[in-house]
Design a protein around this ligand. Structure first.
Ligand code: ATP
Length: 629
């Protein structure tokens, strides 16, 4: 999809947010523009009538003047109210459209691209403000054009040269303001990374998760310093543009004063020569000032209009961003329930072209109704395989198939609905306990029975029920709990993990593939044992993928694959892999030895404790090479 054009996009957004309000604002702009011209003409007619006795009735002119004056006084109030209401509606709509576009992005690649985040930041700013600015400045220009045309016609009837002089003064200002607008938008793009980093440091300094390390390691001053450095970078960019604007403003004001002076000299000469009356002086003085200010206003508004359109370009880019995953023309095919299995064939993957390959030709099968366990050292790509199965990315080479169909040909949402997963980096949401579990299947949010059943399965029901507001308690110390706003509750690491398990189980009820990436790393040994027993029963007859560094929990899997160097180095069931005496054997025996050693030392210390400490301390060991006498 190509990026939508900024002007139609901005105007469309303004129109869809409030058609009647848009029309009312356009009408108000025309009236506001016409009112000063009408006032000046009516004043001239009234003065001429009073001086010469010819022309419309003074009473009528006075009434019309009063109407024009009232319109000029009242319109700004209406415009202010209508603008604010319109702004709120645009904000709601643009925010909705922008985040709908972000949610439509099926993969993770774009969210891991810093330039996309820079653009998103500007898109948020521009999507909220720019349509209003485009409309405001567009209407401002319309208003200014009505005023300037009226005044220029008035001046022309008096002296075309004077009209030309008043009009020409706007040309240099136009160039200067356009240049400034371009510098400002460039500066915003250049300083956005610094702004995002500053916001990151600010959040870090106030958020609960980082607070412990920041205090323990004494990082407050360091992070504050970094935050101020980023702010200084932003300010340097802003200052550069402000200095240019200040210089240009001075030069333009001097030029404006010169033009006004020249116009005044011309007028005085004409009146002194008797070619114009006293009424003309009144209208000309107002007209020259009016032309100058309205043309200058038009120029400034045009520059702002241009600036906003450039920024809307970022918004357009985000809302029309293409999918970061392959999508078949006409949409993906529906996903049928799994019958044969999922296969990875010669899968190569790296996170970015500049990164090394993580997977270098992985071939694996998760047969229907069977369990596969993945084992490997840190960073060997186990979680990467999980992300590929959930289609967070597509592999650069090779295929992943679902019952023989390449997953790239399937509808990605339908595929994900068939997968239940506990990720290694599972989320803890600052929401209520019910919501924390219910997010696994939104349909269950208003079915407390299902939520409770999932919590019972994960052995967290008793704890959640005992919370101050039960399942309605906010699991957060960041937001208040309940209508009274009492503080929420934090769970322990293992308790959070059980909540994540309950969430996955709630979803996995109807899923074909259950993925468990380190599902019990934070659980105590009793809980781990219980959870794995339940998981074993739960996986029965269901396709599942289990990843765990605790090899005693994977030994029961139907098939175990050991990843090494981006490939499957060993495969088989536990006994076969032990017979192979390779990596699995080494890792398993090392872990088992660790437990044995612990057991032995525990046994020894238990014996010592039972026997009591030795009465006489043992003699010091003799130096090496010296035989005890
Ligand atoms: N989003 C990402 N962007 C770039 N590189 C990544 C990303 N996620 C992981 N990696 C890299 O990919 C490699 C494999 O990571 P992965 O998380 O799949 O390993 P793992 O086998 O699950 O490790 P562990 O046992 O520590 O959980 C690592 O070298 C890691 O640095």
């Amino acid at each position: 999809m190509t990026a939508r054009r900024p002007l139609p996009l901005a105007l469309g957004l303004a129109w869809r947010s409030g058609p009647l309000l848009t029309l009312a604002l356009v009408l108000a702009a025309v009236l506001t523009g016409a009112a000063p011209v009408a006032t000046a003409w009516l004043t001239k007619l009234l003065i001429d009538r009073l001086a010469t006795g010819s022309g419309p009735s003074p009473a009528l002119l006075a009434v019309l003047l009063a109407v024009a004056g009232s319109a000029m006084a009242l319109l700004p109030h209406f415009v202010q109210f209508a603008r604010r209401e319109h702004q709120r509606r645009i904000l709601r709509r643009s925010t909705d459209e922008l985040f709908a576009a972000v949610c439509r992005m099926p993969g993770l690649a774009r969210l891991e691209d810093p330039r996309f985040h820079d653009r998103l930041k500007l898109a948020q700013q521009s999507g909220q403000a720019a349509p209003q600015i485009v409309l405001d400045t567009g209407l401002g220009m319309l208003r200014g054009a009505v005023t300037a045309t009226g005044f220029l016609v008035a001046i022309c009837t008096f002296s075309p040269l004077l009209a030309l002089l008043a009009g020409a003064a706007a040309v240099p200002e136009l160039f200067v303001q356009l240049r400034l607008a371009r510098s400002r938008t460039r500066m915003m793009w250049e300083t956005t990374p610094a702004e995002r980093r500053r916001l990151f440091y600010q959040t870090l300094l106030t958020e609960h998760q980082a607070a412990k390390e920041i205090r323990l390691f004494g990082l407050g001053g360091f992070l504050r310093g970094r935050m101020l450095e980023e702010m200084a970078t932003e300010h340097r960019g802003e200052r550069r543009v402000d200095v240019a604007a200040f210089r240009a403003g001075g030069a333009l004001t001097a030029l404006g004063a010169l033009t006004a002076g020249a116009a005044l000299v011309l007028m005085v000469r004409e009146i002194a020569a008797g070619r114009s009356g006293i009424g003309d002086l009144a209208v000309l003085t107002a007209a020259v000032a009016g032309v100058q200010s309205s043309l200058s206003g038009i120029v400034v508004q045009f520059a702002q209009f241009n600036e906003s359109l450039i920024l809307v370009g970022h918004y357009a880019h985000v809302v029309s961003a293409e999918s970061d995953l392959h999508e078949p023309p006409g949409g993906g095919a529906p996903v049928e329930p799994l019958r044969r299995g999922i296969e990875l064939r010669d899968v190569w993957f790296r996170y970015d072209e500049s990164h090394p390959w993580v997977l270098r030709g992985v071939t694996l099968t998760i047969p229907y109704g069977r369990s596969l366990a993945l084992v490997g050292l840190n960073g060997e790509g186990k979680s990467t395989i999980v992300k590929l199965l959930c289609r967070m990315y597509d592999p650069q080479r090779g295929t992943i198939t679902w019952d023989g169909t390449d997953v790239r040909e399937l509808d990605v949402d339908a595929l994900r609905r068939r997968i239940g997963a506990v990720f290694q980096d599972y989320m803890s949401y600052d929401l209520t306990a019910t919501e924390n579990i219910g997010l696994g299947d939104l349909d269950a949010l208003d079915r407390p029975g299902r939520i409770e059943a999932a919590a019972r399965w994960a052995d967290i029901h008793d704890r959640l029920e005992a919370l101050p507001d039960g399942y309605a308690t906010m699991l957060s110390r960041f937001f208040g709990s309940g209508p009274g706003g009492g503080t929420g509750v934090m769970l322990s690491g293992g308790q959070w993990q059980r909540v994540a398990l309950a969430r996955a189980v709630l979803r996995a009820g109807g899923s074909d593939l259950l993925i468990l990436d380190e599902p019990s790393s934070g659980l105590d040994p009793d809980a781990e044992h219980a959870v794995h027993e339940r998981l074993r029963a739960y996986r029965e007859g269901r396709s599942s993928l289990l990843i765990s560094h605790r090899l005693n929990t994977v030994r029961g899997a139907d098939h175990i694959a050991v990843l090494s160097g981006g490939r499957v180095a060993e495969e088989g069931n536990h006994d076969e892999l032990m017979d192979l005496r390779g990596t699995y054997f080494r890792l398993f025996t090392r872990q088992a030895e660790g437990f044995q050693l612990q057991d032995e030392s525990q046994d020894e210390s238990r014996e010592e404790y039972q026997e009591g400490p030795p009465a006489v301390p043992p003699p010091p060991a003799p130096p090496l090479g010296v035989r005890p006498g």
